[in-house]
Unconditional design. Structure first.
Length: 53
């Protein structure tokens, strides 16, 4: 099984969805990523951090 890191572009997109209060499931579906991956990034943003950190 291969694993790929999130790209900076994906992180910026996820951050914009996060700011629009889009659900984790919908964001995961749009980016073809797992809900768990998106959830971890959402938790990162909830701490007040941004995609460019």
């Amino acid at each position: 099984m291969t694993y790929t890191h999130l790209t900076t572009d994906e992180l910026v997109i996820i951050e914009s969805y996060f700011k629009m209060n889009q659900s984790v499931a919908k964001t995961a579906h749009c980016l073809n990523r797992s809900r768990q991956t998106i959830h971890k990034v959402y938790l990162f943003f909830k701490q007040g951090k941004s995609a460019l950190e």
